[in-house]
Structure formats: C-alpha cells, structure tokens
Ligand binder design. Structure first.
Ligand code: IPE
Ligand code: IPE
Ligand code: MG
Ligand code: MG
Ligand code: MG
Length: 329
C-alpha cells in the first residue's frame, strides 16, 4: 500500500521569519553569583561549559526568539553547580589520566535540564515567581507561551546534544538514560511538591524526604554519575560517587529551604520567604532551623567521608560540597 503521508517537512530557516521579533536580553549583572568561596581551579570549568553551550546554540536551527529566550535562561548568572559536579566527578574517577573536557557535552546537557526546570518552576501554574537570578523570570521577561516552549526545547536539546556530541553511541545512550532518570525524578519531585499525590499514611517527614530527594537530588545524582560514567568508572567508584551525590542533593535543598527563611530577596536574587506563604513542605518548616542545620552538617560530613577512596583526585568535589553547604545564595 502506497503511503499517503506527506513528506516530512524540513525546518523553516528561522532567519527568514520576519515576524520572529528578537527579545531584548539585558546585560548580566556585574556581581555574578558563584558557589561561594570556590577556588578558581574548581570554579573555572563553568566558563568552559557556558562557552560550549553558547557555541552549541549557534549550531541549532531554531527561531531566533526561541534561542534568545533559551540564552536568557541558560546563560544567565547562576552557580553552574551541576556542570561543575559532572566535571569534577570525572576528574575524581579519572585522576590525571584524562582531560575532563571529554565530559563537556554531559555537563552542558545537565545545565540545559536545570535551566528548563527553573523556567517551568517559576511559571504561574507552579511557583508563580517574578524574580530569578536577580532578573525577571523568563515568563515575566517575555510571555508564558515563550517560557513554556523554551523550557520544552531545553529539555529536548539536552538529549540532542548528548547524541550529537558524545561518542561512542553506546556511551551516549547510557548518558541519555542517566539524564532521563534524573529528569523524571526531578519532575516527580515537582509533582509531589506542587500537587501532592502521596499514598495514605505518609508522614510529613517522609513526604519531605520524597520531595527533596527527587526534585533536587535526582538531577544532582545524574550529574555526578554522568561525569563518573564518562570517565569509565568501575561499579565500586560509581556507587561511591552516587552516595556522595545523594548526600549533596539533600544538602543542596536543605540550604535552599534555609536561605528562603534567612536571606533577603535582594541577596538571593529570587523572592525570599515564599515557601511558607505557598504552604510548601520544607526542612525548616518541618524540623525547625536548628535541626535542619544539624542534619545539613551530618550530610555534609558524610559526603566527604564517602569520597575517601578517591584520595586527592576528589579534592574539587570536597570543595564543592563545602561551598554548597555554606553558600548564602
Ligand atoms: C535552584 O537551583 C533550584 C533548586 C533546585 C534548589 P540553584 O541554586 O542551582 O540555581 P542557580 O542555577 O544557581 O540559579
Ligand atoms: C525547585 O525548588 C526545584 C526545581 C526542580 C527547579 P524550589 O522551588 O525551592 O527552587 P527555587 O527556590 O524556586 O529556586
Ligand atoms: Mg518549586
Ligand atoms: Mg521555586
Ligand atoms: Mg526554594
């Protein structure tokens, strides 16, 4: 039977779309937030990831208003914690034997997913926030439709990037699977955080753990594991890196919850004090500030302890854990 399906359309050349008005991109504020107190050798790979992502965006054939929106969210002033975790997990496993530049596409892919998660997290249907990284959230800067579609596109670009830039294909497939697990974990966490859907008889403590381990922990876990996998980690090394990541993932969201109640909007670059108003389950909300700080210290110590087998090669991961546990924004 002859197919009646029309030939698949080729993507229109976005440079020919006159109606695709460019959105205005304000300059990045001078006091660029970074993970606090990181030595340059730990923080610098973030610049390479930004340059890599910026170059990659030049190669994709999409409407200019869409790529402008993606650039606004993806390359704005954030800490780049997840790409740094990819990079330094690679270095912990490979030591001096290989250049972590091999994991740049993986580092870029996790930041694409993170940026997508922030854009959608800020939408009116989720947290309804106007401020992110000291600037208007994407939907306030452009429109809700733009923010939904730019988020969608960053999600798919992450996987496109892995398949185009990682060789051999078996490694690309393994990384795609890790990133898909991390992304779906993040989305599941956002569902618990926003819509509930817990089974019966689940305590607030259990709900909190489920929310945090998923919405923040799973992408941090994917970041660390992807770096380790790129470096050819053994099963034992991958298990140790995963434990580090799980501790750090919880550290990261406990700090985020604490900063929401202890910092100002101006310092954070996102609205402070919003969790209680929105009725969110948070660490300080359930356990109080003091017990949250104790749990944070315990998890931070444990994250350092599990890195012992890697020796000095894991020093950057130790510094990242210190910095992310003590950050103030
Ligand atoms: C904020 O993430 C959202 C959470 C998962 C807590 P970050 O604190 O990493 O945000 P940026 O990228 O530095 O802005
Ligand atoms: C968001 O958690 C986690 C994501 C998956 C984006 P929050 O809602 O607490 O993050 P902020 O405080 O808006 O950055
Ligand atoms: Mg949220
Ligand atoms: Mg939010
Ligand atoms: Mg928060």
């Amino acid at each position: 039977v002859k197919s009646t399906r029309p030939p698949s359309p080729t993507l229109v050349d976005p440079t020919n779309i006159e109606s695709a008005a460019r959105i205005e991109i304000p300059p990045v504020p001078r006091s660029k937030p970074s993970a606090d107190g990181l030595p340059p050798e730990v923080a610098l790979p973030a610049k390479r990831v930004d340059a890599f992502l910026s170059d990659y965006l030049e190669t994709v054939n999409l409407p200019v208003n869409l790529t402008d929106a993606i650039r606004y969210s993806l390359l704005g002033p954030g800490k780049r914690a997840r790409p740094l975790l990819v990079w330094h997990s690679f270095a912990a496993v490979a030591g001096d034997a290989r250049d972590p530049v091999a994991c740049l596409p993986a580092a870029g892919a996790v930041e694409l997913i993170h940026a997508f998660s922030l854009v959608h997290d800020d939408l009116p249907g989720l947290d309804n926030d106007d401020l992110r990284r000291g600037r208007a959230t994407l939907h306030r800067h452009t429109s809700e439709a733009t923010a939904v579609l730019a988020g969608d596109c960053m999600l798919t670009l992450a996987f496109q990037l892995l398949t185009e830039r990682i060789a051999p294909p078996a490694l690309a497939a393994e990384l795609c699977r890790e990133l898909a697990l991390g992304t779906n974990g993040m989305i599941a966490g956002q569902v618990y955080d926003t819509l509930g859907g817990f089974g019966p008889g689940v305590s607030d403590e259990q709900k909190l753990e489920l929310i945090h381990r998923n919405k923040t922990g799973m992408l941090i876990r994917a970041s660390c594991r992807m770096g380790a996998i790129c470096a050819g980690a053994s099963a034992g090394a991958l298990a140790a890196i995963s434990r580090y990541a799980d501790d750090l993932g919880l550290v990261f969201q406990i700090v985020d919850d604490l900063l929401d109640v202890t910092q100002t909007t101006e310092h954070l670059g996102k609205k402070a004090g919003k969790d209680q108003t929105a009725g969110k389950l948070t660490y300080p909300g359930v356990f109080g500030v003091e017990r949250s700080r104790q749990e944070l210290a315990r998890l931070h110590d444990e994250s350092l302890e599990v890195l012992r087998p890697f020796g000095g090669a894991a020093d950057p991961l130790r510094k990242l854990s210190d910095s992310l546990a003590t950050r103030t924004r």
